[in-house]
Design a protein around this ligand. Structure first.
Ligand SMILES: *Cc1c(COP(=O)(O)O)cnc(C)c1O
Length: 371
């Protein structure tokens, strides 16, 4: 494997079907069978091979290019989906737990868990309660780290060790810390998911999700399920994602470094900022597991708490460069009064996603608002 930035640009070169320097957008849903019948594989003879495109719900050239690039970037097997939640749902369909241990997580993942409970009676427990009594072989532990909305880390190894003791699988939603910031497989994850709508996409113009797994066999099962669930990434979105992957490393590197510098400045100057009560970020955590789990940086997302609800509500209106909108991971910095999208979030909390703008401009903007 070459360096991450090289793979981001060249990871799908082998799959190029035309001389175009930029992979063309393939909008076809269906593809001609070969003229040589000896290459045909009957449906009864097993899974459709990916070598030649057949039907875009199975796969299409742009989705395969995305998967190839991500595999080169991460070193793991990748399956791409139409959204982060489609990826989470695919992981749940594949693992089919009777009990799901889930802590603080993206509200949509909790929503899917509630559907599983409603339809199939899946038992949900927290990460710390009943674990030792209830979690059994075949169950699932879902961790999100760094966790939404604060951007602070949870100890993957601690829960993975417990889960594996009982034969359960560990899914880690690593959306807030894209590669190379952390590699949850190193701490025992069995499946890693990303909402690629966020940092992989990076331009706030596409929806996508990724599952990373360790072996071809699991990837194959996920592909077969995806064909039936109908959740492959759409053609146009896949080509936008290929565009995004070309600058992935540069963007993430700039974004986490700027976020960490902003957090440091606000934290150091908190006494001079009357509208800032508290700041949350992995760079402020001192537990030893944090440095081990995130050896290559911190999340480009952090949260701030204002002294009261009214101040928090008004703060986004005082900013010039931070757009007041939900989501994260794009090149433009965003801030969100989080109570607008998450019913369980404190009304004093604002979530900040740092983009690629000049960091001094961003600091100046936040400081004037917090004063
Ligand atoms: C956005 C997000 C999701 C859901 O992803 P979509 O692409 O919006 O479906 C899941 N987990 C986290 C941590 C997210 O931020």
């Amino acid at each position: 494997m070459a360096g991450l930035s090289t793979e981001g640009v060249h990871g799908a070169d082998d799959l190029s079907r035309v001389p175009d320097v930029v992979p063309p957008i393939n909008v076809a849903t269906t593809y001609k069978y070969s003229k040589d019948p000896s290459t045909w594989i009957k449906a009864a003879d097993g899974p459709p091979l990916l070598d030649n495109p057949v039907y875009s719900r199975l796969s299409h050239p742009n989705s395969e290019q995305v998967e190839a690039i991500v595999e080169h970037i991460t070193g793991y097997k990748c399956v791409v989906y139409s959204s982060g939640l489609a990826a989470f749902n695919a992981a749940m369909c594949h693992l089919n737990p009777k009990t799901l241990a889930i802590g603080q997580a993206y509200h949509g993942c909790h929503g899917i868990a509630d559907i599983l409970t409603r339809n199939y009676g899946v038992k949900q427990i927290g990460l710390d309660d009943e674990f030792d009594r209830v979690v059994k072989s075949g169950d699932v532990v879902h961790l999100e780290t760094p966790v939404n909305p604060e951007g602070v880390c949870i100890d993957i190894q601690k829960y993975a060790d417990k889960a594996h003791k009982y034969g359960a699988k560990v899914v880690v939603d690593s959306t807030f810390a894209p590669p190379p910031i952390q590699d949850p497989f190193q701490q025992g994850a069995d499946i890693v998911m990303h909402s690629a709508t966020k940092f992989f996409g990076g331009h706030s113009d596409l929806l996508a999700g990724l599952l990373l797994v360790k072996d071809d066999e699991t990837k194959d099962k996920l592909l077969k399920d995806r064909l039936l669930l109908g959740t492959n990434i759409a053609n146009l979105e896949a080509s936008l994602l290929i565009r995004s992957l070309r600058t992935f490393e540069m963007r993430v590197d700039r974004q986490w470094k700027s976020a960490t510098a902003i957090v440091k400045r606000l934290h150091d100057d908190i006494d001079k900022l009357p509208k800032l009560a508290k700041i949350y970020h992995s760079s402020l955590q001192t537990e030893p597991f944090v440095a081990k789990q995130m050896p290559n940086g911190h999340s480009p997302v952090f949260s701030i708490e204002c002294p009261d609800e009214q101040t928090a509500k008004e703060l986004p209106l005082k900013l010039k460069y931070f757009v007041h909108a939900t989501s994260l991971g794009g090149v433009e910095s965003l801030i969100e009064w989080r109570a607008l999208s998450d019913a369980t979030c404190s009304p004093k909390l604002l979530r900040v996603s740092v983009g690629v703008e000049n960091v001094e401009d961003l600091i100046e903007d936040l400081v004037q608002a917090l004063q």
